[in-house]
Design a protein around this ligand. Structure first.
Ligand code: PLP
Length: 371
């Protein structure tokens, strides 16, 4: 029996989303740009999905640009400040870090504290010293630790300094997260496969007052308000919209249940001598990063996998890469914990029995790894 404990890497499709994907793939094949009825049917499907997405994020439908996922949305957000100085945090996903390094004229980094939280005061302090910074980019929740960042406060600091504010909300969307107006973002990135939609679809929220400052993603027929030309993937967009609608309906209950399971797992695992939780303060409900002195995270992951439990060390983007996590390094996690940490991430379909199996398997593997 296999147990999945890597929801922060990706999530399974929900039944509802799968049905929407199949039905629209079969029945709605028109090009939404066509003026005939097949085209209009497809355009209606896209328009409904745009409304569902806007309802989840708390914005207007015309502030949504569909993308191929989080990486594209992040890259495009950073492109708005190409050739200019950018301020971000040292714990961002590589989609932001590498885009900033490639496109900005200079990158300033705000460091996290030892609990994994970046300080909005530090962001304001850096902005005061470098008023030429054109954009601040801060993630909503970190993908390795689950720690929620002070996004609204950072947005206020950015705006007070006349900079644009982007939030990578790939790990927050679909869960209980303030809407984009409350967060006061100019740009916000979302990825479908993190909340039960298919891979290959996401969105960039572009605040109406910011739209004029966003260059086209690419040139062509002018789809997506002229920002992202190309024929729209109607079934993926429909499935994404359905995932948004389902998340909006379920997220309060889901998050409450998932957090309860996660806390129970944490309590049990932290009774293991030499264990340490990584990431403190407000965290995403399903993410638990925990280290076990005297082990290697990579070994634990492989041992658990052999016993049918799939969890991760750091983020999936680092799989097969044995350089230490840049997030844990920035948090100054001591070496013995940095190399021995695993990320357990559970979600909507994790059952009580599975949570127990994950805990028990990990406990056995820690003992085995320590010899
Ligand atoms: N940003 C964060 C915080 C993520 O966790 C991820 C994926 O792991 C991404 C961006 C990239 O999203 P995608 O896989 O949709 O390209």
């Amino acid at each position: 029996m296999k147990t999945y404990a890597d929801y922060a890497a990706t999530t399974p499709l929900s039944e509802r989303v799968f049905d929407t994907l199949c039905r629209t793939s079969r029945e709605v094949f028109g090009n939404p740009s066509s003026a005939h009825s097949f085209g209009r049917d497809a355009a209606d499907v896209v328009s409904r999905a745009r409304e569902q997405t806007a309802a989840l994020l708390g914005c207007d439908p015309d502030e949504i640009v569909f993308t191929s996922g989080g990486t594209e949305a992040d890259n495009h957000a950073l492109r708005c400040a190409a050739g200019m100085p950018v301020l971000t945090s040292a714990i961002e996903h590589p989609a932001v870090l590498n885009a900033a390094r490639a496109m900005a004229s200079r990158v300033y980094f705000a460091e996290p504290d030892s609990g994994g939280c970046v300080s909005a005061e530090e962001i304001a302090h850096i902005l005061r010293g470098a008023p030429e910074i054109a954009m601040v980019s801060l993630m909503y929740a970190n993908n390795e630790t689950g720690v929620i960042q002070p996004v609204r406060e950072a947005a206020d600091a950015a705006h007070a300094a006349g900079a644009l504010f982007h939030c990578d909300a790939v790990q927050g969307t679909g869960h209980v997260m303030p809407d984009v107006r409350t967060l006061d973002c100019d740009l916000l990135s979302v990825s479908g496969h993190k909340f039960h939609a298919p891979k290959g679809i996401g969105a960039l929220y572009v605040n109406r007052r910011t739209a004029g400052r966003v260059p086209p993603f690419h040139y062509g027929g002018g789809q997506e308000h002229g920002l992202r030309s190309g024929t729209l993937p109607v079934p993926l967009i429909a499935a994404f919209g359905e995932a948004c609608a389902e998340a909006l309906e379920r997220r309060d209950d889901d998050d409450r249940r998932i957090r309860c399971l996660r806390d129970r797992m944490a309590d049990e695992l932290l009774t293991i001598p030499g264990s340490r939780r990584i990431g403190q303060g407000r965290t995403m409900p399903g993410i638990l990063n925990i280290a076990f002195e005297g082990t290697y995270g990579e070994n634990l992951m492989l041992l658990c996998d052999l016993r049918g439990v799939s969890l991760s060390t750091g983020s999936a983007c680092h799989a097969g890469d044995d350089t230490p996590s840049h997030v844990l390094t920035a948090m100054r996690v001591p070496e013995e914990y940095r190399t021995s940490s695993v990320r357990i991430s559970i979600g909507r379909y994790t059952t009580d029995e599975e949570a127990e199996r994950i805990t028990e398997t990990l406990r056995d593997c820690v003992m085995l790894a320590r010899g």
